[in-house]
Design a protein around this ligand. Structure first.
Ligand code: GLN
Length: 454
């Protein structure tokens, strides 16, 4: 779909301005209900016109004419980077994050900043200080979180592609609930410079799109070593067509430990039918053991709380916005207070150090499993999305990420692809691959997309 659109643009059959205007009109009509955007870029039309001149002159970049939505925790010069929090509601970014500079260099138009869980703390989109986004495919349900607005914007066709961030599942979870593609790259694949931290040792910026092509194209542009982010690796960046090649001799790993964590067995039935189709491709199936993944949620939260507590110490109200504790919502406050407690000397060894230990066991599990298979398949989210406003326990809310957190703890790459609907709600399949094996992951995802599983 996106490939065809880019061709239309290149051949002058669709201008950047027309493409943008179609989206802006749709947003005007429908986003009052969906609430995917917190801010629309007032300069977008002007930017599109400039890009049209470049297209005509044959000097345009790879994303020329496409409209991209950006999660509100990524700095885009002159736009609000509020993190959907009252703390930063009046804060305007003074610079571009590295990913944004890269997009602009390829002539993308930034259409606007999207809604999200406050400071990316959440799995449903409901902790936003500006009201939850709705799931465009089943409107009484949550879109998932924390990158709720970016997923909803792609699903509602308010933009071509979008950026989000994923610390424990915040791209894959809403992608699964909204029926779109969501990619969490390997840790260190994409620069975090200009991303406002949730948990800096786990955060990664990634992509949303309607088809695999869109995410492959976007990822190939935002990836790569960045001297402004010491945690990026100097690994080969694949051109998008390499990410889309037909894979050979894939061995799929299946883990009963991950399947046991999947509470809605209908999701597993759908995945089984995909695995059966994959056999037609000649792919092999192997059981792999991930013996410690049931510890993932318990290991994740102490690490996340401690790093988030530390990251929020700059929000004193003196430099940026308001003092965070004075204005934030209950989930953010829980993490600040919890993070402060866990950081205390007497608790550090008991919680934080133990969490790091569990994290290294999970990492080792994946290293061993990937000796026996190329990719691991699981559900993306253990169950279907709840109704907006429905009261669910903190344990159940945290449990939404039971299947996605392991990839963040292990630093590996993972993607969620839509596998159709169950009770009118979309569900997702997660494909995990080793760190920096995004090519293998994308190739498998493309082959599954081509099987017409959706
Ligand atoms: N839902 C998880 C959390 O609340 C993950 C969030 C994320 O990936 N940003 O921490």
């Amino acid at each position: 779909m996106l490939k065809e659109k880019l061709q239309l643009i290149r051949h002058g059959k669709l201008t950047a301005e027309q493409n943008l205007n179609q989206f802006l009109e749709k947003i005007k009509k429908e986003d009052k209900e969906i609430n995917a955007f917190l801010e629309i870029n007032k300069n977008a039309l002007q930017d599109a016109k400039e890009i049209d001149k470049k297209i005509k002159a044959g000097k345009a970049g790879k994303l020329a004419g496409l409209a991209i939505a950006v999660k509100s925790n990524i700095n885009v010069s002159g736009m609000a980077a509020s993190c959907a929090s009252r703390t930063l509601e009046n804060y305007k970014a003074g610079y571009d994050a590295t990913v944004i500079s890269k997009l602009k260099k390829e002539d993308a138009v930034i259409i606007g900043m999207t809604n999200m869980d406050e400071f990316a703390c959440g799995s449903s989109g409901e902790t936003s200080a500006f009201g939850p986004a709705k799931n465009p495919l089943c409107k009484d349900r949550i879109p998932g979180g924390s990158s709720s607005g970016s997923a909803a914007a792609v699903a509602a066709e308010f933009c071509d592609i979008a950026l989000g961030s994923d610390t424990g599942g915040s791209i894959r979870n809403p992608a699964s609930h909204c029926g779109v593609i969501g990619v969490k790259p390997s840790y260190g694949r994409v620069s975090r410079y200009g991303l406002i931290d949730l948990s800096m040792s786990l955060d990664q910026i990634g992509t949303f799109s309607k088809d695999i092509y869109g995410s492959a194209l976007l990822l190939s542009i935002i990836s790569g070593y960045d001297e402004k982010d010491a945690t990026t690796f100097d690994e080969k960046v694949h051109a998008y067509h390499e990410l889309l090649e037909t894979p050979k001799n894939i061995t799929i790993g299946i883990s009963k430990e991950l399947n046991n964590l999947t509470t809605d067995k209908k999701i597993l039935e759908k995945i089984d039918s995909i695995i059966n189709k994959a056999r037609i491709l000649g792919w092999k199936i192997k059981q792999v053991e991930l013996g410690h993944v049931d510890l993932a949620v318990q290991a994740y939260y102490p690490i996340c709380y401690v790093e988030f507590f530390s990251a929020t110490r700059k929000f004193t109200g003196r430099l940026y916005g308001k003092k965070i504790e004075d204005v934030c919502g209950p989930e953010v406050l829980r993490r600040i207070l919890g993070g402060s407690e866990i950081s205390k000397a007497e608790h550090h060894g008991m919680y934080y150090r133990r969490a790091l230990k569990a994290m290294s066991l999970i990492k080792k599990d994946f290293e061993n499993a990937f000796k026996e298979c190329d990719i691991i398949l699981s559900a993306t989210v253990p169950r279907l999305p709840h109704k907006i406003g429905e009261k669910i326990s903190i344990e159940n809310m945290y449990g939404y990420d039971a299947l996605t957190i392991p990839a963040n703890l292990a630093g590996i790459s993972a993607i969620s692809v839509p596998i159709g609907k169950i009770n009118a709600c979309p569900a997702g399949l997660q494909i995990m691959a080793p760190a920096f094996a995004e090519a293998r992951m994308f190739q498998a995802a493309k082959a599954i997309e081509d099987l017409n599983c959706v």
